[in-house]
Structures are given as structure tokens and as C-alpha cells.
Design a protein around this ligand. Structure first.
Ligand SMILES: Nc1ncnc2c1ncn2[C@@H]1O[C@H](COP(=O)(O)OP(=O)(O)OP(=O)(O)O)[C@@H](O)[C@H]1O
Ligand SMILES: [Mg+2]
Length: 239
């Protein structure tokens, strides 16, 4: 049995009358890829924001490596090994790819200056960004912008990576490249939670799948079973 890397208990959040997370509880095993699906507005990104410490929760508990991080600020969670990507990336557009990754490594990951060169080269190789190293982040085409967002999160040297919709707007071939990349990230020893609407990613790459609707966890288990479940098909696939 793998160890549990993340435990989420009773996570709840409301924006006024809108309840975006209702008593959400789940565990993440070390080394797995856990997928999260759910219709637009289900609360997926909001859960990432609370896990990363970007948004305070109303109620609940988050344990990372057995440590209660429920009140730990975002930058400290990052130093503890939790990284996230953003659905709408906001890189430093006037800095190069390398410089963006260096900022992430130094300030997000707490790496030493002397470690940066070697580590960032590894991240650039893994994410297929080596040839774009000196390109200004604001000049990257869509596919590389998405790879860059992953690279920025990886540069912090996480043990758990939260990936929020990298496959949206990509061709089928590009989606396959991302599946391969996320699997390589997993092979490198990083646990992944991956939100995606593109169903192929969730069916091929995840070890386990959770479905959210209206802030509630409506199904969890083997990807095939979750997608086949009646409630998921009704609220998500509309069938
Ligand atoms: N800061 C906020 N203030 C008020 N409402 C918000 C805020 N952030 C998100 N919401 C609302 O909370 C709900 C959940 O949003 P969230 O972004 O988590 O959905 P999602 O599951 O990630 O959707 P998508 O698949 O479209 O990315 C939505 O109705 C959204 O409009
Ligand atoms: Mg979202």
C-alpha cells in the first residue's frame, strides 16, 4: 500500500449563497494520478485554490505528508512541496522562460541560487521547453504557454502537482503529448491531481477519478466506473 500524501477532510466553501464546495473529503496516494472531472462551475478550480492556500476555506482540514496545512499560507505550502498550475496562466511576460522558472525555483521552491541552473535545465528537458529557454514568456505560442505553465510549477520541485486544465483547446495529437508528459512527471516521482474536461486524458492517464457537481463529490473510483456511473452521465455528460 502506498502512503497517503494528501488528506482532505470536510472541505467547504460558499461565495454568498453559492456553495462551491460542500463537505468534500478525499485522500491522495503517493505516486498516483488522480483525475477530477465535473461540469463548468462544479467547484474544481476552487478546490485547487483552497488546497494551494490561495483561497481560505470556510471549513475543513488539509493534511500534507501528515502535517496539518489548513492555515499554512500559500508560499509555505509551495515550500512544503505542493504546486499548482493555473487555468489562466499569468507568467511574467517580459521575462524569459528561464527567468520565469528561476523565480519559481527560488521563491516558490526555496532552491539555492547555485542549484537553479542544473535543476531548471532538467525541468526544461522534461517539459520539452529547452529550445524556448531564452524566449520571452509573452511570446510563446499556445502549446508552449501550456508547457511553460507546467514547467513553472515543476520548477518549485513539488512532491504533489495540481494541474488545472492543460488540454483545453489542443489538437488530439497535442493532447496525447500532454498525456505522455503528465505520465513522465508521475514516473519522476511526483503525485498528480489533474482536472480536465478532455475525457481521453482522464480515461488514459489517471489511476483514479473523482467527479464533482455543484460542489459535491458525486463519484470516485476507477476511471471507467466513474464515467459509466449514472449520476455522472446525467450531470456531466447530459445523457
Ligand atoms: N471569487 C469568487 N467569487 C464568487 N464566485 C466565485 C468565485 N470564484 C468562483 N466562483 C464561482 O464558483 C463556482 C465554481 O467555480 P470554479 O472555478 O471552481 O468551477 P470549475 O469547476 O473550475 O469550472 P470550469 O470547469 O469552468 O473551470 C462558479 O459558479 C464560479 O462562478
Ligand atoms: Mg476550473
Amino acid at each position: 500500500m502506498a502512503d497517503t500524501i494528501l488528506t482532505v477532510q470536510g472541505l467547504s466553501k460558499a461565495f454568498g449563497a453559492l456553495r462551491v464546495a460542500e463537505n468534500v473529503s478525499f485522500e491522495v496516494e503517493e505516486g498516483e494520478i488522480l483525475g477530477i472531472i465535473g461540469p463548468n462551475g462544479a467547484g474544481k478550480t476552487t478546490i485547487f485554490a483552497m488546497l494551494a492556500g490561495n483561497l481560505p476555506m470556510d471549513d475543513g482540514q488539509i493534511m500534507l505528508h501528515g502535517q496539518d496545512i489548513s492555515s499554512t499560507p500559500a508560499h509555505e505550502r509551495s515550500r512544503l512541496g505542493l504546486a499548482r498550475t493555473y487555468q489562466v496562466p499569468k507568467p511574467f511576460t517580459h521575462m524569459t522562460v528561464f527567468e520565469n522558472l528561476k523565480v519559481a525555483a527560488l521563491f516558490g521552491g526555496g532552491l539555492e541560487e547555485v542549484e537553479c541552473e542544473g535543476w531548471i535545465s532538467q525541468v526544461l528537458d522534461l517539459t520539452g521547453m529547452a529550445s524556448a529557454r531564452d524566449t520571452l514568456a509573452g511570446r510563446l505560442p499556445l502549446l508552449l504557454r501550456k508547457r511553460h505553465e507546467l514547467a513553472r510549477a515543476l520548477a518549485t520541485r513539488p512532491s504533489i502537482l495540481l494541474v488545472d486544465e492543460v488540454a483545453a483547446g489542443l489538437t488530439d495529437l497535442e493532447v496525447d503529448e500532454f498525456i505522455a508528459l503528465i505520465q513522465e512527471i508521475q514516473l519522476s516521482g511526483i503525485t498528480v491531481i489533474w482536472i480536465e474536461h478532455v475525457m481521453k486524458t482522464m480515461l488514459t492517464a489517471t489511476d483514479r477519478l473523482m467527479a464533482l457537481a455543484g460542489g459535491r463529490l458525486i463519484a470516485s473510483g476507477a476511471p471507467q466506473d466513474v464515467i459509466a456511473s449514472e449520476e455522472v452521465r446525467r450531470v456531466y455528460l447530459g445523457v
